[in-house]
Design a protein around this ligand. Structure first.
Ligand code: SAM
Length: 278
């Protein structure tokens, strides 16, 4: 049943998937609306049916990552920051009472409605938080636009101290990831950090993930996909190749923190694997 629902869901267009979600969650959203809207720091949080950017508790996950940004990425309140694939502002919202108002937060995303939503809910109250639309194609999220491989981040060299891409490279093709690693290196100042999440394939995750909820069955060179037709649904990369691409992009060190998605044993951090590039 789950398999058929999944095939049906991926057969829809990106916009169709978001509409379908609104439809399925309509009763729950109505309940939330009647019960009263939920706010954090004066910002209205999206309703469950609006959240197309991942499961779990929207606010709680933002706070979990705020901690990773500080502890693993050495984020400080006086940093200028970039959010690659800012979605519905899940990472931005917990930073609105952390970043100094003289420091800037910039986010970009390929879903125009999400960008407008963040501008209305967040930038209107926190003017140092800006969101912009990037017209790019991705078979999960956007049916129109250029390829991520060609995208030049719309910022000058050495603009930021810290940047992140949470649950974005798990939806991009290899050429897009290579380009984004090099664009991040360009716009981040020397000494800056870039934290990104991945599904990383090493011997342990290859073995464990086969019987997990995340079986990546389709492999092309160093890249694994869960859905043959909608490749952007979930993408995993060979962990060694990411380190090579990072070196090629000019990153000097790569710290890997494995997550629990594959069901691997030993110490894990979050669900996806985290890499901090220096
Ligand atoms: C799983 S969501 C995560 C959103 C956000 N980073 C978060 O953690 O809440 C993936 C996001 O990546 C965006 N995205 C997909 N391809 C992208 C690209 N080439 N450049 C920037 N954002 C992209 C999607 O529109 C979506 O908002």
């Amino acid at each position: 049943m789950k398999k058929y629902l999944r095939s049906f869901f991926y057969a829809l267009s990106p916009q169709g998937r978001r509409l379908f979600r609104r439809f399925v969650y309509f009763p729950l959203d109505t309940y939330f609306k009647l019960r009263g809207k939920i706010f954090y720091n004066g910002i209205e949080l999206p309703l469950p049916g609006e959240i197309f950017t991942g499961g779990g508790d929207f606010l709680k996950n933002g706070f979990i990552f705020k901690k990773y940004f500080i502890e693993l990425g050495k984020l400080s309140k006086n940093n200028d920051v970039l959010d690659v694939g800012s979605g519905l502002g899940r990472m931005a919202i917990p930073l609105t009472d952390f970043l100094d108002e003289n420091n800037k937060y910039e986010g970009f995303d390929i879903v125009r409605t999400a960008v407008i939503d963040c501008q209305n809910r967040i930038s209107s109250k926190f003017p140092n938080f800006s969101f912009q639309h990037a017209s790019l194609e991705n078979d999960l999220y956007s049916s129109k636009g250029k390829s991520a491989q060609e995208y030049v981040f719309p910022f000058e060299k050495n603009t930021f101290d810290f940047a992140w891409a949470t649950s974005v490279f798990t939806h991009l093709e290899p050429d897009g990831v290579m380009n984004y690693l090099s664009e991040a290196r360009r716009v981040i100042r020397p000494g800056g950090r870039f934290l990104a999440t991945f599904f990383l394939m090493d011997e342990e995750s290859k073995k464990c993930s086969l019987n997990s909820q995340y079986p990546f069955k389709f492999k092309i060179k160093n890249t694994w996909y869960m859905d043959k037709n909608t490749k952007g649904a979930n993408v995993a990369f060979d962990s060694k190749i990411i380190i090579d691409w990072a070196k090629d992009a000019g990153w000097k060190t790569t710290n890997v923190y494995f997550g629990r998605w594959s069901g691997r044993s030993g110490e894990t951090t979050d669900f996806q694997d985290i890499i901090v590039f220096h």
